[in-house]
Ligand binder design. Structure first.
Ligand code: FAD
Length: 472
């Protein structure tokens, strides 16, 4: 039986990073993956959605070309080509992960991982890619479970993966649906609404809560809601879907019944709510690994209730974000090798790829209000930025939250072009406990979008140069 210091089960952004981190520390590491390396993020999540998002953005930029003095011919769009480009991007990255694992000396095993005991992993095949040379049982001083999550198959929605889709099928459509009803107005729902409305589908979003993107500040949501409306997206909030019925008439015949009696008929329905954790069939019950409604319970060291068994990423049910899975992977690998690292969730940036984008880190204004925490708020609009105007990206603003006593940066929300890139500066400030005056005192190049972040910081002190009327 082959012996390893660490065996990682699952090769997504949690698992492959954990494996590389372990190998960088000199450990003998094996990684077991039943499907493609890169997991949900590379194959069915972050990367494919963003590849299609940039096809959609390019299309809308070309349509606006006249405003820049550029005359184009008739503009057309081919979804199958956009999906082909997406597949190329994914293939390149998946191949890259394989090279990185190999280059770091990680032994990659294809097949299904199963915990026979705390220090024993059985690898059974064939895996989904059809490989049959599985190595049987391998020994592990520590095991890191990084098996991720999948779309939940909610019975009332009759998901058939042809007409009623999960995010996975929505990324691989061959033909653009004329009409698409999206169940769920959260991050995923709004990203798909942005993409498909720009492609030319008639999109309807149905959300149970009183607002889409309910975790964001109201003013932030308002900017995105306006742009979705302008793109022709119909957003229904505070409504419950009773059931979904596909088939009967083939294409264009999915009926979505709302609890208030309304019925919508669309070509496709996309369900973006609910993820189920991949914790079944791993042997966790027999080992008495602590679980809670399908997720693996871990402490701040990413350790489960069983010594030598760690879990990271989506399967632990925390923030379902790729970068969180990766950082947790590093913590678990260090601890599997005798370290005592802890996870710090105090400055986790999050992005939403709507148009304009949303990004946030740390405290939001609504969090402060809900908790009754007194904060200082600085706000600066993109419309007052020379760079934003030159780019024809005047919608949105940066909102900085600070502690009135210490001047420390507590958080920031950005809605506007490149928000997901801009948030990095503030994430560093929050994580390092920097003050608003540290951002103000940092020279920001002109003309750039980071100046909008700097002026929002200046506005906390009532000193933004390009904003009138704020009293000190
Ligand atoms: P996964 O990426 O799910 O990987 C788990 C891996 O384990 C899979 O490859 C699976 O095949 C394998 N596996 C499972 N069971 C076994 C077994 N028994 N044996 C062997 N292998 C097994 N996050 C962001 O941060 N930014 C985004 O923009 C973003 N966009 C997203 C868009 C969509 C449409 C979706 C669905 C998700 C998105 N996410 C995004 C979330 C992100 O993809 C996940 O948080 C991330 O992939 C979780 O990583 P993970 O390693 O925990 O699990």
């Amino acid at each position: 039986m082959s012996e390893f210091d660490i065996v990682v089960i699952g090769g997504g952004p949690g698992g492959y990073v954990a494996a590389i981190r372990g190998a960088q520390k000199g450990a003998r590491v094996a990684l077991v993956e039943r499907d493609k390396l890169g997991g949900t993020c590379l194959n069915r999540g972050c990367i494919p959605t963003k590849a299609l998002y940039y096809s959609a953005k390019t299309l809308s930029t070309v349509r606006k070309a006249e405003a820049f003095g550029v005359t184009t011919g008739k503009v057309s769009f081919d979804l199958s080509k956009a999906v082909g480009r997406k597949d190329d991007v994914v293939g390149r990255l998946v191949g890259g992960v394989g090279q990185l694992l190999k280059g770091n000396g990680v032994e990659v095993m294809t097949g299904e991982g199963f915990l026979e005991a705390a220090g024993k992993v059985r690898v059974t095949g064939p895996d989904k890619a059809g490989t049959t040379d599985t190595p049987g049982t391998i020994g592990a001083k520590s095991v890191i479970i990084a098996t991720g999550s999948e779309p939940a198959m909610i019975p009332a929605f009759n998901i058939d993966r042809e007409n009623v889709l999960t995010s996975t099928e929505a990324l691989n459509l061959k033909k653009l649906p004329e009409s698409l009803l999206i169940i769920g107005g959260g991050v995923m729902g709004c990203e798909f609404a942005t993409i498909f409305s720009k492609f030319g589908s008639k999109v309807t979003v149905v959300e149970l809560l009183p607002t889409i993107l309910s975790t964001e500040d109201k003013q932030v949501v308002r900017v995105v809601a306006k742009s979705l409306k302008e793109a022709g997206v119909e957003v229904l909030t505070g409504v419950t879907v009773e059931d979904v019925e596909a088939g009967g008439g083939g294409e264009g015949e999915v009926k979505t019944r709302l609890q208030d009696g309304r019925v919508f008929t669309t070509e496709k329905v996309l369900v973006t709510i609910g993820r189920s954790f991949n914790s079944d069939g791993l042997g966790l019950e027999d080992l008495n690994v602590g679980m809670e409604r399908g997720r693996i319970v871990v402490d701040e060291h990413m350790a489960t209730s069983v010594p030598g068994v760690y879990a990271i990423g989506d399967v632990t049910g925390g923030m379902l974000l790729a970068h969180i899975a990766s950082v947790e992977g590093g913590v678990a690998a260090a601890n599997a090798l005798g370290g005592s690292e802890t996870m710090d969730y105090s400055a986790v940036p999050a992005g939403v790829f709507t148009d304009p984008e949303i990004a946030s880190v740390g405290m939001k204004e609504k969090d402060a209000k809900e908790k009754g925490v007194e904060v200082k708020v600085g706000r600066f609009p993109y419309a007052a930025s020379g760079k934003a105007l030159a780019m024809a990206e005047a919608d949105g603003f940066v909102q900085m939250i600070a502690d009135p006593g210490t001047d420390k940066v507590l958080g920031c929300s950005i809605v506007g072009a490149h928000a997901t890139d801009l948030i990095g500066e503030v994430a560093l400030a929050v994580k390092a406990g920097l003050k608003v005056k540290d951002i103000i005192g940092t020279v920001h190049a002109h003309p750039t979008l980071p100046e909008v972040v700097m002026e929002a910081a200046e506005d906390v002190h009532g000193e933004a140069v390009h904003k009138i009327g704020r009293k000190r």
